[in-house]
Design a binder for this molecule. Sequence first.
Ligand code: 3PG
Length: 413
Amino acid sequence: MPGVTLESLNIRSVRELELNNRKVLLRCDFNTPLDDDGEVADDSRIAAVLPTIAFIQEQGGRVICCSHLGRPKGTRAPQFSLEPVARRLAELTGQDVLLPDDCIGDAAEHLIATQRSNQIVLLENLRFKAGEKANSEDLARKLSDLCDVYVNDAFGALHREHASVSALPKMMMDRAAGLLIERELAFLGELASGAPSPYIAIVGGAKITGKIEVLETLLDAVQGLIIGGAMANTFLAAQGHDMGGSLVEKDRIPLARHLLKRFADKGVPVWLPVDMICVTDISSDADRQVRPVGDLRPNQKAVDIGPETIELFNSILDGSAEDGPGSPRTVFWNGPMGVFEIDAFAKGTLSVARALARSSATSIIGGGDSGAAAKKAGVSSMITHVSTGGGASLEFLGGSVLPGLTALRGGRR
Ligand code: 3PG
């Protein structure tokens, strides 16, 4: 089957737009992890759009970046300000990055009106506006008033039907995908139309809402699913295990139960942790205990997968597991196996990164955290493709039509 490409989707590339002297709104995914001092901890997602910024400027366009950061729920929350991103973007480009305190309104308009060609305007966090998540036409209209051209390079946010991703591009005659989306599709587009089997997906992380819903799309694509990290807690709870004080999304338990049944009915194995590293408080010097699943004390929280689970997951990934589908030819991984930012709880996550690096399968890592884990394990260069998209690549590889791509179709020819 031919791969999914910009051309097959009828989406133009930024290379096809007239950019000279035009104000270009560039939707980026600057949703980057921040360290304890509030500075950018991993700048991969910022570095990934630099070629598009450079291209627009070389063509004589002025760059107005916009992005979300975190999930601030429609109100201004200082810890989710894009200030640290602006600082890092300025360092990486060597240019002034101007950050108005709101993504629309007088301050943004004024900065854009006086912006010089070697300056970048970065609009403040789009999710400070409730209208972003609500896909508000009104917010989209106000953003469209700021620019002449719309370019989306936020591969990681293409699965979100939000105002800056969906409503806004539909209003713009001149709309296109940026060079990062072009690169991501060049690689992932082939796999989206049928990955070589056996295909194993590994899903983890604490961002359960919004991700668990899409696991069903993997049902027809994969020959096995490994679930770890906080995501696994909800599935283990759905199987009736007491997860002690671990993070469990109670309202998603029925969905987890439904998914386990769907995979079982189809004969696609799902592997969950059999033991976990537990602590009573999440700090680097906490006392760690290995507990078998189902044997957590009420105050114990799972922070990593345990040694038996590491062995189990390794055996699936190297093809030696008895109940596995054999040596995988495609492996996709999204989401850490625990609180890997703390070294003491990183072993499970790093072991998955290393297993992917050892594998002869086409290996794809999706999402900031898993990408950062591969870096931490020193194996990024041994992974076939490290995507900037987490949930987005998961949905895309599951065959979903991403709203951000749909909204880019057509436009001025
Ligand atoms: C991501 O980190 O996967 C994207 O930036 C989307 O973020 P979200 O899951 O908060 O919508």
